[in-house]
Design a protein around this ligand. Sequence first.
Ligand code: F6R
Length: 612
Amino acid sequence: MCAIVGYTGYKPAIPILLDGLRSVEYKGYDSVGIYLPLSGPYKNVGKVEGLVDILPDNLVSTAGIAHIRWATHGVPSLENTHPLTDTNKNVWIVHNGMIENHDELRQELQEKGHIFTSETDSEILAHLIADEYEKCLKPHNAVAKALEKVVGTYGLAVMFSNLPDTIVIASMGNKMSIGIKDGEYIIASETAPMLRHTSNVVQLRDGEYAIVTPQGYTIYSFDHEKLSRKPKTIDIAKETALRKDVPHNMMKDILELPRVLENSARGRVIMQEGTARFGGLDEHMKELSELKRLIIVGCGSSYYAGLIGKLMLEDYVKIPVEVVYGSEFINRKVMEAQDGTIVLGLSQSGETPDIIDSLAIAKKAGIRTYGLVNVVGSTISKMVDTGMYNHAGPEQGVRSTKGYISQIEVLALMTLELARIRGLSKARGAEFIAEIKQLPDKVRTILKERRKIKKLAEEYLGYDDFLLIGRKYNIASAHEGALKLKKVSYVHAESFPAGEVKNGPIAMLNEIFPTIAIMPSDSVYDAMRKDVELIRERGGPILAITTEGNMDAYSFADDVIFIPDTRECFSPILANIPLQLFAYYSGALRGFSQDAPLRPSNVVTFDQDTDE
Ligand code: F6R
C-alpha cells in the first residue's frame, strides 16, 4: 500500500527520490511527501507529479526520505501525509505498517507535553524517537529504544534535522532494504526504486535496524548486536520481468489478498481475550449489546459480502439481520426510528450513491447508522454515526476484489466481538481467531496454484453461458462469482441457490451450459451433491470447488478445484479466490483488459480516477 524511498550519497537526492516514487506508483496511493534536510518537508495530496510542481527549483540536498501513502488512520490530507515529525521538528519519519498501541503511547507522550498534529498512528514514532534522542543523542540507539515500546508492524526510515546525511531504518513485518553503490545508498521498501541504480542489495530481517550514511551502513539486531550481512545480487532482468508478469491491476489486487487479510485483522484481534476490537465501535458497546435488528445495505459485491455477514451474525450472535440492496432500500417506506435498530452501510469506495441515499434516509428517520468502508475520508465514512474501515489498501482494478474479501473478514471480526459480549465463550472466541489467522496462508496456497485455474479457464473458453450455485454461506459466493465473470470476461453467468435450480433454472441447462458448484465439505455438502446430480443429467460440464482431500468430487464433477479446509463461515473467503482468478483469466483470454472496462459500471473512486 504505502512505499518508502530514501537516499544518502553525493548526488542530488531529489531526482533519485522522485524516480523511486514513480517506480512504486503502481501500488496506488492518495498522497506523497518528501523530506530534505535543511529545507524541510514537501507534501502533496495527490500524485507524484503534483509534488514535483511544488518543489522549489533551487533545492540542493544529497540525502532525503520520501513516501507514498494510502490513508488508513486519518483522511488523505497534508497533515497526515508522511514525512511526519515530532513537536520540535527534530525527527522526521516515513512509515509503512500499523502501530497497534498508538492510542496508549499517544496519551503517555501528550502527558509529557508532546503536541500531535496528525490523525495517523505513524506520528507516534517521530515523537517516541525524539523523546529517546534527547536522552541518548545516538540516532540508531534512539530508534531502537523507541521501537521497544511499539506493538505493531513497520518498515521505517528516519532522519534527524541535525544529521543531514544519516538515515536510520528498521523493519518488523514490513520490508526495508539498502541498495549499495559506491558511496551511495538507496533505501526502499521494495526493489523497484533500486533497480535503476544497483543490483547489490541488503535486506533487513524482522527485528533489525540499521544506520546508513554515505560512509557505509551498520545493521543491528534489536538486542543491539552488530550484524554482518553481505549484500545479495538481485537479478535486475528477472525483477523487471516479474513486474511485467502481472499486467493488470486486477491481478495485482488478487495477489495482494493474503496481505489484505492480514492488514484488515491487524490490531483488531485480542487472542488472550478470544475477541476482536474496533476503535470505531468501542464507544458504542452499550448500543451494540442492546442491538435487536441489523439492516445491512450494500450494492454489487458489497451486497454479497453482506449476505455472508448476515449468516455469520445470525449463527453466532443470534440477532435478525436483513440485507437490502442500496437501490431498493431507497424504494421502501421510510422507517420509523426503532430502538435497537442499526443500519450498516457496506461500501468499498464509500461513494456509491445508492448507499449514500439509503444512509441519508435512515438518518432522517432517526435510525443509527454505521459504515464499513475502505476509503478513509470518503462520503460514507463521514456521514455515518460510526463504523469500521476495511484497511484493504487501494482497490486498483475497478472490480471489488480486496474490498469484498476484507468486508467478509471485518464482518467476521465484528460478529466475534458481538458474540463475545453476548456470551460466546473465550475459548470458542480464541478458536475463531485461530482460524482467521490461518486464512492468509490458505489464500497463498490457492494463489500458488493459479496456473491450474488459468488452464481451466482455457478449457472453458468455448462456453458462453455459466451457472454458479452454492448453498448457505456459498450462495453469496455463487452470486459474486457470476458477477465477476460477467463484469470481467463479459460472458453470461447466472447464479442461484443450488436448491432453487430445480424450480425453474434447470430448464435452460444443456450440454453447452457448464455449472460451477461451490461445495466445500460442510453442513450442506450432501444437499449440494444431490443438486449437482440433478444438474448433471442435463449433460453440461460440472466444475466443483471443494475442500482439499474430497475425492468424492471426482465422482460427479468433470473438473475440481480444491481449497483448504476452514470453518464453514470462512469458506466464502477461500472459495472466492479461484472464482476471482477464473473470471480474471476468462477475461484476459478473451482479450479484455481488466484495467479498462468496456462499460464502466462502478462508481469510480478518487484513487481510481487518477489511475492511468
Ligand atoms: C463488482 C463491483 C461492484 C461494486 C458495487 C459497489 O466487482 O466492483 O459491483 O461492488 O458497485 O461498490 P462499493 O462497494 O464501492 O459501494
